[in-house]
Structures are given as C-alpha cells and as structure tokens.
Design a binder for this molecule. Sequence first.
Ligand SMILES: Cc1ncc(C[n+]2csc(CCOP(=O)(O)OP(=O)(O)O)c2C)c(N)n1
Ligand SMILES: [Mg+2]
Length: 594
Amino acid sequence: MAKLVADYVLQRLTKWGVHRIYGYPGDGINAFLGAFDRADGDPEFVQVRHEEMAAFMACGHAKFTGEAGVCIATSGPGAIHLLNGLYDAKLDHQPVVAIVGQQARTSLGGNYQQEVDLETLFKDVAHEYVHMATQPAQMRHLVDRAMRIALDQRTVTCIIVPNDLAGEKAVETPPHEHGTVHSGIGYSRPRVVPFEADLERAAAVLNESRKVAMLVGQGAKGAADEVLETAETLGAGVAKALLGKDVLPDDLPFVTGSIGLLGTKASWDLMMGCDAFLMVGSSFPYSEFLPEEGQARGVQIDVDGRMVGIRYPMDVNLVGDAKETLRALLPKLERKEDRSWREEIEKGVSEWWELIEHRAQLPADPLNPQRVFSELSKRLPDGAILTADSGSAANWYARNLKFRRGMMGSLSGTLATMGPGVPYAIAAKFAHPQRPVFALVGDGAFQMNGMNELLTVAKYWERWGDPRFVVLVLHNDDLNQVTWEQRAMEGDPKYEASQVLPDFPYARYAELLGFLGIRVDDPDEVGPAWDEALSADRPVVFEALTDPEVPPLPPHITLKEAKAFMSSVPGEPDRGAVVKQSFRQKLEELLPGR
Ligand SMILES: Cc1ncc(C[n+]2csc(CCOP(=O)(O)OP(=O)(O)O)c2C)c(N)n1
Ligand SMILES: [Mg+2]
C-alpha cells in the first residue's frame, strides 16, 4: 500500500524524536488510526479517556522530559476538548504539538457535521503556529515547523489535517519548483548569554548590596549548581516559585522554599528584608510577596526577553539562559564576607521547618492533611516524581514536601487549572516507568477527571517496570481551596450548595479497578499506610479522610484578611471547628513549639 499523508506525518514525527502520542479517536482522524496501526508502536498511540487529558499528558511529558509532547484529537468536539490542557501547556511555557482532524476539504464551508472553524478556535492557544493542511506536499514543512516552533518558543503549536487529505497518497519531497517549501529536521537550543557590559552592571548591583534575595523558577532547571554557587558567593537565601520546586533541594539550610500564598514565612521574610533581588527563570506574579518598589535593587535573568522587567522594576535585565548566564556572572561576583544576613535566613528556614512539622502534628477531625504530606515527605523514595492538583493539595505540596536532589515535581503553575494531577502522573510514568510516581489530588479534582483517568492506568500499568503509581486523594467532601478563598477574600461563609461534594468511596473504587485501595482516618495509621502504599505491587489509591477545617493559611496573613476571615465565621455551619483550628494554627505560627 502506498504511504498515505497520515503515515508520513507519523514517520516524520518519529524523526523528530516523538515516539508516543496521547489521543482519542474519531472519524476526523481515521486515516491516522490506520497509520498508527501500520506504524506498529512507533509512534505509539496512548488511548486516554478525554482529549483534555491527552493534552495534559502531552504537557506532562514535556515537563518531565524536556521534549515536545504531542497529542491528537478528532475534528469538532475532540479538538474542542483539547483546549484547556493546551492552555495549561501554553501558560507554563511547555512545547506541545496538537494534531487535530477536520472534516473533508470538499465539505468545508458547507455547515457540515462537526465542522468547526478550527484555525480560529486554536488561533489564541497556538498563536505562534496554527495551520490547516490543504495539500500533501505541505505536510513536511507543517510538521517540521510545528515541532521546531513549539521547541524554540516553548509553546503550543497546532496542525489541522482534513480527513480526506490524511488518506491521500503522501508527497514526501515537494517538487523542485516555484511555490514549494523545502524544510528539514532538527533543533538545538542555542547558548544565550548577555553581553559583558550587562553582566558587569548586574554584578555591580549585587556586589554593592548587602542582603541578596534570590527567587528561582522553572527557567533555572538544570542550573542548580550555578544557583547554589551564586547563593553561596552572595550569602543569599533562595526562594522557589511553584514550578521551580524541583530546581533546588529543600534540605539546604538557605533554601526558604515556596513563595506566595502557598509559600513559607522564611520566603516572606527573605523578600521583605532584602536590599537586592535576583530573579532567575521565574514569572511569579504576586507582587505583594516580592520586595516593595524602592526597597531593593533588582537583577533578572530570563531566556525570554518578553518576560523580563514585568514583575519588579529591575535595575538590570539579563536576557539569557539561566545556567550559562550565571556561569558568566559568577567570576564577577565578590564573596560577601559578612554572613549575618545568611545566618538570619538560615535561622528562619530552620524555624519554619520546625513549625511545619509542628503544624502537621496538630490534631484534626479526622486527619490533618499536613500530617499526610509530612509522613509522605519522610518516606519519599529517591527519584520520586510528584504531581499536585489545584486545590488545597497544592499548598501542602508546596510547603510540606521536602524535595531532595533528583526528584521532579509539577502542577499547573500558571493556568492553575483543576485536573492535571492524575494525567501528568500518567505521562510521568510513561516517560519514566522505573520511577515511583505520586499524584496528590483533591476529591473535587479526582471526581472531575482523575477517577476516569485511572481507567487509563488500569489499561497500561502492567507494562510499567515499576508498579509504584500512587494517587493520594484528599477526601474532605469539599472544594476546600475555594471555600477558604471565599472566607478569606470575600468574607463570606462557606456556601454549601457550591462547595460540598458528593461523598464517594475512593479506596473501594480502586479495588474495583484491581488496584490497592487504602483508606485512612486515624492519624497514627498515616505513616504505616504510606509504607504499605510504597511497597505495593500495583497502583494505589490512598484515600485520606482529611479535615476541611484546617486552613491553608497564607504565610503572612494581613490584618485585612484576618478581619474578613473572622467576620465570615458567624454564618458558618461548622464555625466552632473553624475557629478552633485557625486559632490553633495562628498561635502555633506566633509561638512555634509552645
Ligand atoms: C477547571 C477549574 N475549575 C475551577 C477551579 C477553581 N478551583 C480551584 S481549587 C478548587 C477546589 C478544589 O477542590 P478539591 O479538588 O476537592 O481540593 P481541596 O481544595 O478540597 O483539597 C476550585 C473549584 C479551577 N482552578 N479550575
Ligand atoms: Mg476537596
């Protein structure tokens, strides 16, 4: 049989290093399904439960491998389903290529069934590159450009392929004539380093300051040694944005951990007390957690010139790769002999960890979610990969887990969408089948899509070399993160109609799938239950009955927030419990250890 356009597209993708494509079938991509069959596993079609999950998995693949992730969906409804997952990738700067089917060229413009204007639909999410193929001879450059632009711009690109075109005979090499395009394979990331003069200006700012605060984000991945040496030379503390949690281990005495609403008091104090602010590979948005304008001089390093100078009025913006730029900067930095700022930071960090552990031990009804995370943290195996969903889990992921070198973690940092926890974990497991993977999700997110996606795990897990795939479900019968936002930001009580979730036996559901289900409602059982989960010979759902009245307090609660929060309490259904828990937490923060 002659090679079809669909066969050619898949083969071209494998030449780009794509060997796995997450997707869901439909008649808009029928020719591709035949081509996958003929491709005999390279690339492999991974069948998910919903196209949004395919896009989350493509994003997760990119996050955990550094390669481009690829997903495929049919025309109309399938394409539309992809969108939220693609936005997640776009906003977190991940290279993802979406291949979507379209109705036959002969029908387009005819108000045909499942005919959606896909170029317009994808024009925002894939604005760097979205094109519909109309000729077989276009296919080569459409694939090449979609891949290269996704990798170079760290963004989402999209190719739309009408189903009649996908089934036509492939044209592998366009004719050598006017009006044709002759593209090739391959992309290597360039070495991007600022000019000497700019490095000198940056070094001067940092050398002239006494108290340097660093903030690193996912852009500093791969630059751990350089970040550490910079912090060491400057006597600086280092805070981490959420997506940068795995950039540096948490067991270093001057790493203050997460920043922001989900952050630590040590990071807050670092930012509020510094006189110089060095931001590397981050676009952390909340200005109230950064130094006040005028308080600190600023230097920012980011490889994307569009991202510099937008979070703090920096004195020097360096457009460059984090690792290479820090390497070039380091010889120009003078070691700060006065280490008192560094000692102050380290004291704050050790007090914070004591406080976190103390908070985790506070009683709750029945489980304190912090205890669940802190017991996991102590047991995390080497090389663990962790994902968290949007919800209160993100707080405890950010604060209570002590990452060590070699671990990886991610969540939806910028779109902050619910839903990626389980699909990211699945993509992590496909990419790294030997590594233990943990998805940390709320019951709301699990009900939204995590439960369905466990069917995908059931389909594939036996081929993963290491069976450790653990989903922690925080069973609190509540959309808890939003419940607390309503209280703290609006001063409103919990609105039961929108917030209370239907109860469900998550561990029993796991058993239905042939997994191990563990249900824990006794604080003393949390540790042993993690031991059991970690030694299981199959995927695990760890159902933790957690108390929705344990507040995910911001690290530094303002008087205004405290007042709004307190005034919300009188209308509460469970106000006695809320008051008790939040006062206890607040008191512990002020008087740690007493
Ligand atoms: C797709 C989407 N819908 C709504 C939200 C708003 N939201 C953020 S967290 C959250 C609650 C999550 O509840 P759950 O998963 O049960 O976690 P919990 O906070 O209870 O631990 C909601 C509704 C969102 N971020 N994304
Ligand atoms: Mg919940």
